[in-house]
Write a protein that binds this ligand. Structure first.
Ligand code: FAD
Length: 403
């Protein structure tokens, strides 16, 4: 194995994890990275707290993925517990947040990345930054554009870990799609996931944009009749709505919008109160103002504004009508935010284009890993888990092929 040269392109979580596995087996590794430094998206993920994985039971965990049966063998080998153990091996402790999400104790990605890179370096992994992969030469060489001009590099096996197409300024620009498509690799179009959605608000809503809508429950019914539910925070924005609640529903919302040009997101803005109780609470008593009645029933701030946005003034004193609107508030969504703004990317190299070991069927000894594969998942640590796990799996595929 020491005489074989393995090249990994892309120094994100998937590529680095592939290097981790291969270097542990004594395989000489060269990682080529387009940007001037590694793991830019990983570092960005750590900005608001690096949610690296999730503590829920494995059977629930795996069902967060659209391609759960494909990813299961990969994630079984590098599940949440193994991620925690791996971090500990690098001296990084972790904790489980109230929602079950797992974070490094320091919350940031930088300390973990620093220790990881130092470990990889000790094992001889060489990282070459400022190397932008442009495709293959006619005889299978890897063509890079670098600060010193064009370079061609050969390898016995290559792992492509080029990421999706969200936040391209961090390095993953999705341009690999054209390269691989031109070589006959079957790819599902890259689409925004865990993204904001477009809706139109009247000027009246201006002062409420950017404020969180807390303790709400949301759902969308897909054309097939299936209900998709989520309860998390949402934020109304100038373009529409964003936040954990819609990120979790981004797959069915996206599918509806692509199929019908629109989707309706429903919100229950007081999920812990029944419609009957709410109607009683909203029934005016004495001289109490509408605002006071609503506030006492739990409707204030953004929720008040949304009701006023939806209902004509004459309905504001209609307890039944207000209660029904609070319990099933429709928001018409007309589009998605661009992929550049999304947290992650759906679509990518199709399962059928790859062998069981993640080797591209029609490009021998070229493997793929991470977000460039055709899977989708909500936020919650599932994205990083699948990126790590598929990076390891592709590396094991290389070991099986080269030995
Ligand atoms: C703001 C934000 C917050 C996030 N927070 C979380 C979170 O808390 N938890 C979670 O699970 N996930 C989170 N994610 C998602 C997570 O960061 C990604 O799913 C993960 O980084 C994907 O790993 P990857 O290795 O497949 O791709 P990437 O991390 O995108 O790495 C791909 C690498 O390939 C390089 N590359 C691309 N094209 C080329 C080329 N042609 N030549 C050479 N190099 C190239 C890129 O520069 C990049 O370094 C977040 C994402 C964003 C944008």
């Amino acid at each position: 194995m020491k005489s074989k040269r393995v090249v990994i392109i892309g120094a994100g979580p998937a590529g680095l994890m592939a290097a981790d596995v291969l270097s542990a087996h004594g395989v000489p590794i060269d990682i080529f990275e387009a940007k001037a430094s590694v793991g830019k998206k990983f570092l960005m993920a750590g900005k608001g707290g690096l949610n690296i994985t999730h503590s829920e039971p494995p059977s629930d965990f795996i069902n967060r993925y659209d391609q759960s049966d494909w990813l299961k063998p990969m994630i079984d080998e590098f599940d949440a517990q193994k991620i925690v153990t791996w971090m500990e091996s690098l001296g990084v402790s972790s904790f489980i947040g109230t929602s079950g999400r797992i974070f490094p104790t320091q919350m940031k990605a930088a300390p973990l990345l620093r220790r990881w890179l130092s470990d990889l370096k000790k094992r001889g992994v060489r990282v070459h930054c400022n190397h932008y992969w442009k495709g293959f030469t006619a005889n299978g060489g890897l063509c890079f554009s670098t600060t010193e001009g064009e370079k061609t590099i050969t390898s016995d096996a290559t792992i492509l870990a080029l990421g999706g197409a969200s936040w391209p300024s961090l390095g993953s620009d999705g341009k690999w799609v054209n390269i691989l498509t031109s070589m006959g690799v079957d790819i599902n179009p890259l689409l925004p996931s865990n993204c904001g959605f477009n809706a139109t608000w009247s000027n009246y809503m201006d002062s409420h944009l950017g404020k969180p809508l807390k303790n709400v429950f949301g759902w969308v019914k897909s054309s097939s009749g299936k209900m998709h539910k989520s309860s998390a925070e949402a934020i109304l924005t100038t373009y529409g709505i964003e936040g954990g609640l819609v990120y979790a529903l981004s797959r069915p919302l996206r599918e509806e919008i692509i199929a019908h040009g629109k989707a309706t997101l429903y919100l229950d803005m007081l999920p812990h109160v029944t419609e009957g109780t709410l109607t009683s609470l909203l029934t005016p008593s004495g001289k109490q103002s509408i605002d006071n009645t609503w506030r006492k029933a739990g409707i204030d701030g953004v929720k008040t504004a949304l009701i006023r946005e939806l209902l004509p003034k004459k309905s504001w004193s209609d307890a039944r009508c207000v209660a029904a609107s609070i319990k099933k508030y429709p928001i018409k969504l007309t589009g998605m935010q661009p992929i550049e703004e999304a947290i992650s990317t759906a679509g990518g190299v199709k399962r059928e284009a790859l062998t069981e070991n993640l080797m591209i069927c029609n490009l021998p000894n070229v493997f793929c890993a991470g977000e460039m594969l055709d899977w989708d998942a909500p936020t919650g640590g599932y994205l990083l888990t699948a990126s790590f796990a598929s990076g390891r799996f592709a590396a094991q595929g290389v070991l099986k092929t080269l030995i």
